[in-house]
Design a binder for this molecule. Structure first.
Ligand code: URA
Length: 255
């Protein structure tokens, strides 16, 4: 039994989804074969409403996000948003941490287990490293604003699916617009490819400044290595340090 639980945990299965086990093999064995010709599904007057657990059309998210005129309103909108399947298995919404008035915004990939439990981004091991990285250039959470590309933990810390990222992106874009930072740091490849719309790998694009315009707000943006990667590859801290120094001189230039 213990070996089986360890195997489940290694595979990312780390929570129960219902009280009783369901034998899907038995169910599929007795399921009727799919009908050959099916009547066309009735047109629905509200295509934006997704089935439970399905990801909604990003346009629905864009419309909702646009209506939120403050960060608090945006958080409330996300609290009641049912159009992202990740929400079903998450404990808490992980909206943001830090100072909404900050000049600098950091965007990670997705909350992990500790973030899900506390409802705050970057509070686990990679968050502690992130705090040390910030401290090395004179920053802390009173001087930065931190969010993620998706605000709910993907089960077992899997990579968020493209449809999950797509439906969350309008909320992140609105969050960036409302914070209106002067400098944005994408933490890791997933965040960089989502925000910079690139398929280039993080090792190629890190450390390069670009202009990023989100919903009409233009800022300087840079990608660096994700703290979780640095925990696994400590030798790469050297590269992250170069990026941090570059961020520091950009911030000094703002003063
Ligand atoms: N990794 C992330 O990308 N975000 C978090 O909030 C925590 C870990």
């Amino acid at each position: 039994m213990l070996a089986m639980l360890q195997w489940y945990e290694a595979a990312g299965v780390d929570m129960a989804v219902s009280e009783e086990p369901v034998d899907r093999f038995a169910q599929s064995a007795v399921a009727p074969p799919p009908a050959r010709a099916q009547a066309p599904a009735p047109e629905t007057s509200s295509p934006a409403i997704a089935a439970p657990g399905a990801d909604a059309d990003p346009q629905t998210a864009r419309d909702l996000a646009a209506k939120a005129t403050t960060l608090d309103a945006l958080r409330e909108t996300l609290e009641s948003f049912e159009g992202c399947g990740l929400r079903l298995r998450a404990t808490n919404l992980v909206f943001a941490d830090g100072n909404p008035e900050a000049d600098i915004m950091l965007v990670g990939e997705a909350p992990g287990r500790d973030e899900d439990l506390q409802g705050k981004p970057f509070v686990g091991r990679s968050g502690q490293l992130l705090d040390r990285m910030l401290k090395s250039i004179g920053l802390d959470r009173t001087k930065v604003y931190i969010a993620n590309t998706v605000p709910w933990r993907p089960p077992g810390n899997r990579t968020p699916a493209p449809s999950e990222v797509a439906v969350c992106l309008p909320f992140l874009h609105r969050q960036i617009e409302l914070v209106a930072p002067k400098v944005l740091i994408a933490l890791g490849g997933a965040s960089a490819s989502t925000l910079f719309e690139t398929t280039a790998g993080i090792t190629r694009i890190r450390g390069q400044w670009r202009e990023l315009t989100v919903n009409g707000h233009t800022m300087r943006a840079i990608a660096t290595l994700h703290p979780a990667y640095l925990l696994r590859q400590p030798a790469a801290k050297r590269l992250a340090w170069q990026d941090l120094l570059s961020v520091k001189s950009a911030l000094d230039g703002l003063a």
